[in-house]
Design a protein around this ligand. Structure first.
Ligand code: F6R
Length: 243
């Protein structure tokens, strides 16, 4: 595991955006695993800038998002489908049929999870998986406890996560959907490379627990220490509890 600590958040975002851009340039058929949330908005902003400057071509890129809320249609402003359109897909030249997000309104959610796993497999697996970390230590929406061999499935969202994400739902945790579809920890660990980013003091305690505490299904992010090609990028604030 390689840990990089940057002087400020913007440097952390730039570092990750460069890693993703390099992966897109390196491979003739790059397959990215993507995440959502406030942190990632900054990374997509930088990737869009590179594309608009003519320096980054997404036409051969395939992507798989980690998760989606159950019950939110792709057109819902709070869905991760909409988030990805808004922050990345609408601004770059990715082919729509290569940009995958789990379908939170599929009539049969179990079947949707199996379909999603099969689609990742059919694409040849994920080359680079982008990860954030939630207050519960989740990666994707793998709330504690999540088995390290878990696959894409329906999960119940922790109350802490519903509060964390309530800013998108009029600051009302009860309006945050109670369930989500998420790639499992096992699905994530199958990616050939993992890159986790965390910035800000609010992430310091959970980052330290994930990096220094026991490798445990009680902290999903600790699983990335089992991966042989994982990079963690932190700003000084997020790294401030890490010894
Ligand atoms: C969402 C996801 C989550 C977020 C995490 C941090 O697709 O993968 O694990 O990365 O909840 O979210 P922010 O960046 O909003 O703190």
């Amino acid at each position: 595991m390689n840990v990089i600590v940057t002087d400020n958040p913007e440097q952390a975002f730039q570092c990750i955006a460069d890693m993703i851009a390099n992966e897109i340039r390196r491979s003739s058929t790059p397959v990215l695993g993507l995440a959502t949330g406030r942190t990632m908005e900054n990374i997509y902003r930088l990737l869009v800038q590179q594309h608009k400057a003519g320096a980054l071509d997404f036409s051969d890129t395939t992507s798989f998002n980690l998760d989606e809320y159950v019950g939110l249609a792709p057109t819902d402003l709070n869905s991760y489908h909409h988030y990805m359109q808004n922050h990345l897909f609408a601004h770059v030249n990715m082919q729509a049929n290569r940009a995958h997000v789990p379908n939170g309104i599929a009539p049969d959610l179990e079947m949707e999870c199996a379909r999603y796993e099969a689609a990742i497999h059919a694409a040849g697996g994920i080359d680079l998986q982008l990860l954030g970390i939630g207050e519960t230590g989740h990666i994707g929406f793998n709330e504690p406890p999540s088995a390290f061999d878990s696959r894409t499935r329906v999960v119940h969202l922790d109350e802490v996560t519903r509060r964390q994400n309530s800013c998108m739902f009029d600051n009302d945790p009860d309006r945050v959907p109670s369930h989500a579809l998420t790639m499992g920890v096992g699905t994530i660990l199958d990616a050939r490379r993992l890159v986790l980013v965390a910035v800000g003091k609010g992430k310091a305690a959970i980052v330290n627990e994930a990096l220094n505490g026991p490798i445990s299904e009680a902290v999903s992010a600790s699983a990335i220490r089992l991966h042989d090609n994982a990079t963690i990028i932190l700003d000084t604030a997020a790294a401030s509890d890490w010894k």
